[in-house]
Design a protein. Structure first.
Lengths: 616, 132
């Protein structure tokens, strides 16, 4: 029964904490289902209401509480986290005042214990209630009990007076009944006179009338007294029931507030005040059902008393377990045991007097655990990774496989998207870039690699703009050589501009041809054929006259093969001036100097055909 | 004494006779050569002037002597265009040997004396030629 009771009672009390919480937070029930640790919300949630049809249910396997159509993890809801962390940060309640307060409560319970209770001890316990309520942490609960006890006593006095009145009425009733009986007997009908039967009959009627007249007030009064008696009896029963219900409600309220010491004191006063043996709880159907489901027994004051005692014992064990686990550096288990004990026994001395140093160790772990959950919820895997390392270092029993798996998965998937985004950026695929960056951001919004890629892209965009301006400028200056020398920059910059890509491609092809010609000319020059080298350079120069490098080489080769070059140039000049004879002479001279000259051969062929059009 | 006087006269006569003989030989050679050069009355072509601007020489007739370098082209109607080395091979001139000289074999390496006219396009058109 104990295990069943605690596993069921724990979430009930946890949820009731919301109802009676001293720091209510109306946003909490709505926020909880959004939590990643919360189970999916049931579809009929919208139809249920607060304190609805469903009783709170706790699944110990998943640590999920289902109540009012909503589900959340008892170890991970903001309200509980806040209260638990506040408790862990708070100093131990080891003040003299608290010790005195606890001593008073102990005294009250001792004085009301079934084995030692007397009218005198009851009065003493009653007087101690006022003393206990002076302690601020009591929240005047003892005063409430005292008020209820006093009210009950007053009610009982009233009932005694009513009982005395009823006794008087009872006597009056008996007197009236006697009088009525005497009256009936005293006016007994005597025998008829001898004057005849008619006279006797008349006499008899007169006597009967006289007796009726004498009996009438007695009977009426008797009826009144009887009615008054019944009314008083009913009033007394109703008053007794009402005061019991009020007292029981107070006790149940203390129980649900987890003020178990006050609940025990209340039950003991109740039994003392109402010593009629009627200990049945007259509470609402929900509360009745709660107790019945928890204990399997009908709700009575005894049930409340035993439950409260059971909770106190369980909390005591939880605290002992916490201390032991803390000594073993098993912070996760220690924190869980303390959290469980705290849910039940937040106001019990075993919890309140726990050493602050021990609580601080648990606090550090709990804060990190909560931070870890939050970090994973907001997908801050950098922080999560750091917290996992810290938790692993401080708590030997922590199972960080789940967060680690989440972190690694996010890291790998994000890295994959970032790699794709980087490739898309380089290749100028804007759509893929946006898609992959979005996907990477959704998986790991604060991924450091993401900011690096973003800054790279922005830098690239800036670089790209400048490169495009430079490209246009160089193109207008026909400085193709400069474009070729910086081609990687311009290739990257024009990647997303097909028209500019085409222009760049033409420029690069052109300069590639020039480069090939330059290399070829230099090779020919190395073989000592300056005229041939000049021809090679000159041929390319005529197609691309603006290349500085080619111009420089051509100028050098012109000097080295000056006579040949002069002959060719003179021949061409005269050819252009329509002097085929002189031009042909110069071409022949050039050919004489360099027999392999293609320029000379071509010139001679042209002029020969001009001079002799029908030549064969 | 008489013997000494006789020997001093003889070398002078020999010297004079030798001089006369040499003069006679040289003079005869010059005469022979000048009288054997073909078209010697026609001025020799100023090659440099032709190469610089043939148009300035249009209509003129000149004489050149040169070695046939190569045949550049042949036209059945216009004749043969050949390259001729002149001035010891420093310059090469194009010469159009017209069809009237088709009967003459012109081969590479042969030396000819050409009588040429600079036509309206500056082409050296052959008027006469003879093997040198």
């Amino acid at each position: 029964m104990s295990h069943r009771f605690l596993s069921t009672l724990l979430p009930i009390l946890a949820t009731m904490t919301t109802v009676f919480a001293q720091v209510p937070d109306p946003a909490q029930p709505q926020a909880a289902p959004e939590n990643s640790n919360a189970a999916p919300e049931k579809s009929n949630a919208g139809n249920s209401s607060f304190l609805g049809k469903d009783m709170p249910m706790f699944n110990p396997g998943s640590e999920i509480v289902t109540w009012d159509g909503k589900n959340w993890n008892i170890n991970n809801n903001r309200l509980f986290e806040a209260r638990f962390e506040k408790y862990l940060s708070a100093p131990a309640a080891d003040s003299e005042a608290y010790k005195a307060y606890q001593a008073i409560l102990e005294q009250i319970m001792d004085k009301l214990a079934p084995t030692s209770v007397t009218p005198k001890s009851t009065d003493e316990a009653f007087q101690l209630l006022a003393k206990a309520s002076e302690y601020p942490g009591d929240a005047n609960l003892c005063d409430a009990i005292a008020y209820q006890v006093y009210s009950s006593w007053l009610a009982k006095n009233n009932m005694d007076r009513m009982r005395a009145a009823n006794e008087g009425l009872e006597k009056e009733k008996k007197r009236l009944e006697w009088n009525a009986m005497m009256t009936a007997e005293g006016s007994a009908l005597e025998g008829p006179s001898s004057k005849g039967a008619e006279a006797a009959q008349q006499w008899k009627k007169q006597v009967q009338l006289k007796r009726d007249m004498e009996m009438q007030p007695l009977i009426t009064r008797l009826a009144e007294v009887q009615a008054l008696l019944k009314t008083n009896q009913l009033k007394r029963e109703v008053a007794a029931l009402q005061i019991k219900i009020e007292f029981q409600a107070l006790i149940v309220q203390h129980f649900f507030q987890r003020r178990f010491q006050h609940a025990i004191i209340g039950t003991r006063f109740y039994r003392n005040v109402f010593a009629d043996g009627d200990s049945q709880l007259r509470v609402g159907e929900d509360a009745k059902s709660l107790f019945a489901k928890t204990t399997g027994l009908p709700p009575t004051m005894g049930t409340v008393d035993s439950l409260a005692n059971e909770v106190i014992r369980d909390v005591q064990e939880g605290v002992q377990s916490f201390k032991f686990l803390l000594d073993q550096d098993e912070l996760q288990s220690a924190s869980k045991r303390l959290a469980e004990a705290f849910i039940l026994g937040e106001y019990l001395p075993q919890i309140r007097t726990l050493d602050r140093k021990d609580k601080r160790r648990a606090l550090a772990f709990v804060q990190k655990s909560n931070q870890l959950i939050s970090a994973i919820e907001v997908k801050d895997y950098t922080l999560a990774e750091k917290l996992v390392a810290e938790i692993n270092e401080s708590a030997k029993d922590t199972d960080t496989s789940k967060p680690t798996a989440a972190i690694e998965t996010a890291r790998q998937v994000s890295a994959m998207h970032i790699a794709k985004a980087r490739n898309a950026a380089v290749s100028g695929d804007k759509n893929t870039l946006e898609t992959e960056l979005k996907a990477a951001t959704e998986i790991w919004p604060r991924n450091p690699a993401l900011s690096e890629v973003s800054s790279m892209i922005f830098q690239q965009a800036d670089e790209q703009s400048r490169a495009l301006v430079d490209f246009d400028q160089l193109l207008s200056q026909k400085n193709h050589r400069q474009i070729f020398d910086d081609k990687m920059r311009f290739i990257a910059a024009t990647a997303m501009y097909p028209e500019k890509q085409e222009e760049l491609s033409q420029v690069l092809d052109e300069v590639q041809v020039i480069e090939t010609a330059i290399i070829q000319a230099q090779e020919i020059e190395k073989q000592g054929d300056q005229a041939g080298a000049w021809e090679s350079a000159e041929r390319t120069f005529r197609n691309f006259p603006n290349d500085n490098k080619l111009n420089q080489l051509r100028a050098n080769l012109t000097i080295q093969a000056a006579a040949f070059v002069q002959a060719i140039q003179q021949a061409e000049k005269l050819e252009n001036n329509d002097q085929p004879g002189s031009s042909l002479a110069w071409y022949l001279k050039a050919l004489h100097k360099y027999p392999q000259s293609q320029f000379a051969h071509d010139g001679i062929d042209r002029l020969t055909k001009k001079i002799l059009p029908d030549a064969t | 004494m008489a013997r000494r006087r006789k020997s001093s006269i003889k070398p002078l006569w020999f010297l004079l006779a030798g001089g006369l003989l040499l003069f006679a030989i040289v003079g005869s050679q010059v005469f022979i050569s000048s009288s054997s050069t073909p078209y010697r009355t026609t001025p020799e072509l100023d090659v440099q002037a032709y190469m610089d601007n043939a148009n300035s020489l249009r209509g003129n007739v000149y004489r050149i002597e040169g070695e046939v370098n190569e045949s550049l082209a042949w036209s059945p109607t216009s004749g043969r265009l050949i390259a001729v080395s002149v001035q010891s091979g420093d310059e090469v001139l194009p010469v159009l040997v017209t069809t009237e000289f088709n009967s003459i074999n012109i081969q590479k390496g042969q030396v000819f004396v050409f009588l040429l006219e600079v036509d309206d396009k500056g082409i050296l058109r052959t008027k006469k030629l003879i093997k040198a």
